[in-house]
Design a protein around this ligand. Sequence first.
Ligand code: ATP
Length: 436
Amino acid sequence: MKDHTLIQAILDASHDGIIAVDQNSTVIWVNKNALEILGLPPHIVGEKITRYIPHSDMLRILATGKREIGDIATVLNRQIIINRLPISIDGDIVGAVSTFKEITDIQKMELRIRKQSMESGLEAKYRLEDIVGQSSAIREARELAETFGMTDATVLILGETGTGKELFAQGMHLCSQRATGPFVAVNCAALPGNLLESELFGYEDGAFTGARKGGKPGLFELAHGGTLFLDEIGEMSLPIQALLLRVLQEKKVRRIGGERIFPVDVRIIAATNRDLEELIGRMEFRSDLYYRLNVLTLELPALRQRPDDIPALVWSMIREIEERDDRCIVEVSEQVFELFAKHDWPGNVRELRNVVERMVLLCKGGRLDLSDAAFFAKKVQRGRKVQDIQPAIDEADLIRRVLQETKGNRAEAAKILGMDRTTLWRKLKKYGVMLP
Ligand SMILES: Nc1ncnc2c1ncn2[C@@H]1O[C@H](COP(=O)(O)OP(=O)(O)OP(=O)(O)O)[C@@H](O)[C@H]1O
C-alpha cells in the first residue's frame, strides 16, 4: 500500500499525462495530468479503458507490441502529442503505457530552450518609436514600417549601409503579432557559403568533420514563432538561395546530415544595399526568390537625403554615450553641425555614430568643438576631392593602389578606404579589379 501511494505520488508529479493498462486493457495506473488532459473521472482505475475511450490506441499496442512515438491527436479541442509503449517483462507484453502532453506546453518549452540556447541576439531591442528623426523621409519610412509590421508578410528593406535596416527590422518585429517571439538576425555576407548553410539550417551530430556533438539547431529553428532577419541577402550564394527558397515554400527545414523535418513558422525580413534586379540580370540572384522576398518593400533614405535629422541623431547618440561612459556634454558648437552638413556620409548613421563617439572621447570639457573633429574635417575634404573631381574610374585606381600597398589584404584595404568589406568586394567586382 505504501509503495502504491509512493508510485501514485511520483506519477502525479510528472508534467506529462500517464495512463497504463494491463494485457486485458484494464486501466492499472493513471495520473492527475492524464485525467485533466483527457477529461476523465478519477475512478477509472480497474475499469476497461474502452469504456471511456472506445477506440483506444492502446489496444493496438497490446496487439502489436510496437511502440508509437510522437503521434498527434486532438482531445477536447486541444492538440496533444502522445507516446505509446508496450510494457514487457521478461519478453512478454504485460500491458501498455501512454504518456502525452499538450502541444502548447511543448511549444512554450521549445521557445524557452531556443531563447536560452542563444546568449544574445534573440530579442529585438529597438521599437519604431526609438528610431530618431523627424524629416519627412524618415517619418514616412516609420509609418510604412508600422503598417508592414502589423502584417505577417515578407518585407524587403532597401537602403545603403548604416541607414538603420536592422533597426527597422527590429521595430517591425516588435509591432507585429510575433513581438513576444524571437528575433534572430544573420548577416549573409559575414559567413562563407557552407558556414552560412549550417548556421541557417543547423546540422545533426556527425554531419561533417568538426560538427558539434549532439548537432546544432539552425537559425530557422531558433526563429520559430518569430522573425528571421536576413541582412545583406544580395551576398547569398546561389546554392543557398535555392535552399532558402525551398524553406520559404515548404515551411520546413531539414538539418544538414539529418532525416528529421522540423516545421518552422518564421516571418522573413530581408535587407540589402544592392540592386537585386541588376544581380538577377547577371544571374547572381534567383528571380523566383526575389519575387518571394519582395512582397513589401521598405526603402530607407540615406543620411545625406535627410540632413535635418543630424542634430537630433547627434544628441541622441551623445545621451547614449553619456549614460554608458558617465560623461556630460552640454553643448555642441554650430561649426560642428556645419561641418557635418557638408559631408555626404557614405556610411550613413553608423558613420555618424563613429564620428560622434570619437569626438566625445577626444573632448576635454563639456562642449564638442571643431577642434575635437580635426580627424573628421580632413576626411570630409578628402572625400570631397575623390567624389567631386575624380569620377568612379579613379576610385578603381585608388582601390588598386591601396590593395597593392596592403599586398592584397582586403580587410586592411577596406579599413584604409573607410568602407566595409562587402562594399570593397562589390567595388572590386564592379571595376573588375584583379587582385595582386
Ligand atoms: N534613425 C536612427 N536612429 C538612431 N540610430 C540609428 C538610426 N539609424 C541607424 N542608427 C544606428 O546606426 C547603426 C547602423 O544601423 P543598422 O545596423 O540598423 O544599419 P544597417 O542599414 O542594417 O547597416 P548594414 O547594411 O551595414 O548592415 C546602429 O548603431 C544604429 O543604432
